[in-house]
Design a binder for this molecule. Structure first.
Ligand SMILES: [Zn+2]
Length: 109
C-alpha cells in the first residue's frame, strides 16, 4: 500500500507549490513514473481522488508519464531498453550493466 504514502506526499508537494504561486486551483498534475518503481497508476488515481477532496487540487487532472527501464552495457557502452526478465545486452550479449533510468518518481508539473 505504498501508493497511499506516495500519493499523499505528491499532493503535499503540489499544494505547497500552488500556495507559493498563489494559485486558487490546481488544474493538472503530471507524474513521472519509472517502470521499475512498481507504482500502479490506478492506485495513485484512486487515492488521489480520496485525499484531494477539499483541497486546491480537488479537480486537478492527473496524468502519468511512464519511463521505460534503460541500461548501459559496461561491455560495449551502449544504451538499451531493458525487457522484463531479459538482462542481456542486445548488442554484445553481455550482462554487466548499470540501470540508468526506470526508477523515477516525481512530479513533473
Ligand atoms: Zn553490450
Amino acid at each position: 500500500m505504498h501508493e497511499l504514502a506516495i500519493t499523499q506526499s505528491m499532493l503535499d508537494l503540489v499544494l505547497e507549490q500552488a500556495e507559493k504561486a498563489g494559485a486558487r486551483e490546481v488544474g493538472r498534475i503530471n507524474l513521472v513514473i519509472g517502470e521499475m518503481s512498481g507504482i500502479v497508476e490506478e492506485c495513485v488515481k484512486f487515492y488521489f481522488d480520496f485525499i484531494s477532496k477539499g483541497t486546491l487540487a480537488e479537480r486537478a487532472a492527473l496524468s502519468f508519464t511512464m519511463v521505460p527501464t534503460m541500461a548501459r552495457c559496461r561491455g560495449c557502452d551502449r544504451l538499451f531498453k531493458v525487457k522484463e526478465f531479459d538482462w542481456a545486452c542486445p548488442y554484445c550479449q553481455g550482462n554487466n550493466m548499470e540501470i540508468v533510468a526506470g526508477k523515477e518518481l516525481f512530479v513533473k508539473y
